[in-house]
Design a protein around this ligand. Structure first.
Ligand SMILES: [Zn+2]
Length: 238
């Protein structure tokens, strides 16, 4: 693959452990120039390995062998140092707090080519390709509900649970919610025991929906949300 390598970031250190995740982000900035500057200037203390632009160009700032600083305080399946075990890919998009425009097809096809290569090179599992919001749901919403996970799934790059969706007249009861929470934990999310209306549960639920139920983003799950999580746990054996 062709990468643009004229910009380098020194915002990295040494990995502790082997690569097993790819974490997807949006840049949340207005311009590409601003983004590149931010990811490369030492004072920002953030970086990523790759940046995929709207026109499908890919910048590489840091070797995949190094530990880039993109995930921050994060968690997945009891792993806390996600940066050590992941490759961070930024997608040029202004994000929820600005315009949150659609991702472009050039961008998504370039991203998929990159993921195909990385998956083979590092033997990364479909279920270990995650959004920043999956590993840091309290702080982050990227890449957001407009990110087309279904296109990656069609190209055999990621896993998505599929269910026959129901038209819903009622809401899940407390038992359903408790089972859903257990499933979220088994999938990989961090979820301490607490009231289901808490901020933590709301944001984790929204992170799950932004990834797996993009047509229904809400503070609480509906029955389809709960069935999707159940299906995930039934189908995926790690
Ligand atoms: Zn991010």
């Amino acid at each position: 693959m062709k990468f643009i390598t004229k910009y380098k970031s020194e915002n990295y250190d040494i990995r502790v452990g082997e690569i097993k995740f790819i974490i997807l982000h949006y840049t949340a900035m207005k311009s590409l120039d601003e983004t590149i500057k931010h990811l490369c200037e030492p004072s920002s203390k953030v970086s990523c390995h790759y940046l995929v632009t709207k026109n499908g160009e890919i910048y590489q700032f840091i070797s995949s062998e190094k530990r880039a600083w993109h995930a921050g305080d994060s968690y997945w399946k009891a792993i806390k140092d996600i940066n050590s075990l992941s490759i961070g890919i930024e997608l040029e998009n202004s994000g929820h707090h600005i315009d949150f425009e659609e991702y472009t097809s050039n961008q998504i096809y370039a991203l998929m080519d990159l993921i195909k290569d990385l998956k083979i090179q590092y033997n990364i599992k479909k279920t270990n390709i995650l959004g920043h919001s999956d590993v840091a749901p309290l702080r982050k919403m990227d890449p957001g509900e407009k990110f087309p996970w279904h296109i990656l799934e069609k190209n055999n790059l990621v896993y998505l649970p599929k269910i026959n969706k129901f038209i819903l007249n009622n809401s899940p009861n407390q038992d359903d919610i408790e089972k859903y929470k257990i499933n979220l934990k088994n999938i990989g999310y961090k979820l301490p025991k607490n009231d289901h209306n808490s901020d933590y549960f709301i944001k984790t639920n929204r992170a799950f929906q932004m990834h797996f139920q993009q047509d229904f983003i809400s503070n609480l799950p509906n029955f389809n949300t709960i069935m999707l999580a159940q299906k995930y746990v039934e189908e995926i054996i790690d």
